[in-house]
Design a protein. Structure first.
Ligand SMILES: *Cc1c(COP(=O)(O)O)cnc(C)c1O
Length: 386
């Protein structure tokens, strides 16, 4: 398909995803791994990432959106799938018919899910989510007794199984932060409360990538890494991927659309935010903010190194990033020509910039760099399962 003609691509090494999950599984000890594949597998492709994660030893998969959970089922994936984010009117009946485990993160969810149980005759598998301090989804601890009683009453009627109790951390990337301990304590109390009220939990789960990598006391029965599955470090200030046995799975590259010699003083791209300081060669990279190249990377040509690899050089963006393209100042002695490949980011093993480098250039996190790669950028898979 487009992979043949589109002048840019995200090359995804599925063997990296497999080995990352195997490393996480090893680190998780007795806990299983739920590989989070939300947001199109963090931009890597939902189904290929999910299959690679399962091959690497993931026992579960997780998505935020129900549509993504259903897409996994449509692809024939039978592993347990947990889904956790919806608004009223969500397709709970479809979720039940597809054997998707559902989170109960607010009292209204239980009501709608039980309506869907009655409509389909299928028993729901539920994970009650408690807000231990993130302040996002989840039942507040003061409401937990009522929600537990309602879920367990429905279980007694055969309408559902309370499979899990779970929560999510606010500061896991700063393992010493006092909120981490506080959330862990609230979670332990919630587990004790649920069990004292008669819950027979299969899985208690709390740890995202950062907690999986840094704190075995958080592993419980299941860990829920996302970013680390794709080989990026959730704690770059503590260690890079290699320090945790991980390898970034995505390489974003593009072919130069053209190169041309221009005189000194030539304005470059919208608003002429860059002007050539001398006669030089410009190169046009045919990928822009519509493809996920951050517009905030505009004007990084003067930055040391820079986040684009051209041959063995590292360059920044000359002038503004446009919707479909940006420009490099290749220098007066450039030998590059149209068709030559430039690398925006990759594993970093061959001197190329990484998603983490881009995150630092634009003041964000590597999560955003990989997930924002646009849908029109073809994903090309290495080591695809036969
Ligand atoms: C995204 C997400 C994860 C994975 O987080 P990472 O930091 O990418 O490991 C785990 N649990 C929940 C609820 C999430 O939303």
């Amino acid at each position: 398909m487009g992979a043949v003609t589109y002048p840019a691509r995200a090359v995804v090494d599925l063997s990296a995803i497999r080995s990352n999950v195997a490393a996480l599984d090893e680190r998780a000890g007795n806990a299983g791994v739920l590989a989070v594949v939300k947001a199109d597998g963090y931009g890597h492709g939902l189904v290929p990432a999910a299959l690679a994660a399962l091959d690497g030893g993931a026992a579960w998969l997780g998505t935020a959106q129900l549509d993504e959970a259903l897409e996994l089922r449509a692809a024939g994936i039978t592993a347990p799938v947990l889904c956790w984010l919806y608004a009223p009117g969500a397709r709970f009946a479809d979720a039940l018919l597809a054997d998707v485990d559902l989170s109960v993160g607010a009292p209204w969810m239980l009501g709608e899910i039980l309506d869907a149980v009655r409509a389909t005759g299928r028993t729901a598998r539920l994970h009650v989510k408690v807000d231990t301090g993130l302040g996002r989804s989840g039942v507040m601890p003061r409401d937990l007794p009522d929600v537990l009683d309602a879920v367990l009453a429905a279980e007694a009627q055969g309408l559902c199984r309370m499979v899990g109790l779970w929560s999510h951390l606010a500061w896991a990337d700063d393992p010493g932060h006092p909120t981490v301990r506080a959330q862990t304590q609230v979670f332990a109390d919630a587990v004790a409360l649920a069990e004292s009220r008669g819950a027979r939990l299969e899985v208690r789960h709390l740890a995202n990538s950062a907690a999986t990598l840094t704190d075995p006391s958080m592993h419980y029965d299941l860990v829920r890494p996302g970013l680390a599955v794709y080989g990026l470090s959730p704690v770059p200030h503590l260690g890079g991927p290699a320090d945790y046995g991980l390898r970034p799975a995505m390489r974003l590259e593009a072919e130069l659309a053209l190169t041309k010699r221009v005189p000194a003083g030539h304005g470059v791209s919208y608003g002429h935010a860059y002007t050539t300081p001398r006669e030089t060669v410009l190169g046009v990279v045919p990928i822009g903010y519509a493809d996920g190249v951050p517009r905030h990377a505009s004007g990084t040509a003067a930055a040391w190194g820079g986040p684009v690899q051209v041959g063995d050089r590292r360059l920044g963006v000359a002038g503004r990033v446009c919707m479909d393209q940006f420009v490099l100042d290749l220098g007066p002695w450039a030998t590059e020509a149209a068709g030559d490949t430039v690398v925006l980011f990759g594993p970093g093993e061959h001197g190329e910039p990484t998603a983490q480098d881009w995150a630092e250039v634009v003041g964000t996190i590597s999560y955003e760099i990989v997930t924002r790669v646009g849908a029109r950028v073809p994903r090309v898979y290495l080591e695809e399962r036969a």
